[in-house]
Design a protein around this ligand. Sequence first.
Ligand code: SAH
Length: 213
Amino acid sequence: MNDTFKHKGLRKKLAEEIKAKGISNPDVLKAIETIPRHLFLDSSFLEFAYQDKPFPIGAGQTISQPYTVAFQSQLLNIKKGEKILEVGTGSGYQACVLVELGAKVFTIERQKSLYQKTKVFLPSIGYNPKMFYGDGYAGLPAFAPFDKVIVTAGAPFIPEKLILQLKVGGILVIPVGENDTQTMITILKTSETEYIKTEHGSFRFVPLLEDKT
Ligand code: SAH
């Protein structure tokens, strides 16, 4: 694995930059400092790996901006050993952050080419979340309930099935909006039938697509 002192130095700076932008969870910052993000990008984009920006990862998709990854991870408030569902595996970077936070990660991707690439890539750098090819709107009923659920694509609405697959006391983090920008929303499930919805500002994601598997 090509991970040099230069890469490590750039990551430390990136973590500091994200901290300055308001991320305070030390475990999240440590995960950003640990994971070799440059390996998740095509080699032609290497010089961009440690800028706080999203980047193309093929199949018309993007690896989220590190700040956004950190922001969603902080909202999840993960405790070691929690079972987490991620919708939108993409490059697998967010899944690795969740693994670094001590979670048991289940992640689902609907683009077959990305699923296949990431399924080989993550174990090759030592990360082993459980990866699935399928439609995130359906979640993973066979493995539910989850302590937390994170959606990393912009959803036109909150998929009911994802709330159903949350434990009581669990949190869903999801960017919701039909257009270019979405509102980051958390759903705290307070009973089998009730939840508290909170908004956390505007973000930009690629869309969560329906009926394409
Ligand atoms: N978490 C990713 C970000 C990927 S971008 C990372 O860290 O790199 C969002 C991803 O959601 C894309 O890979 C896209 O293919 C996927 N996606 C879109 N609609 C989906 C759906 N219905 N089910 C599962 N994945 C979906």
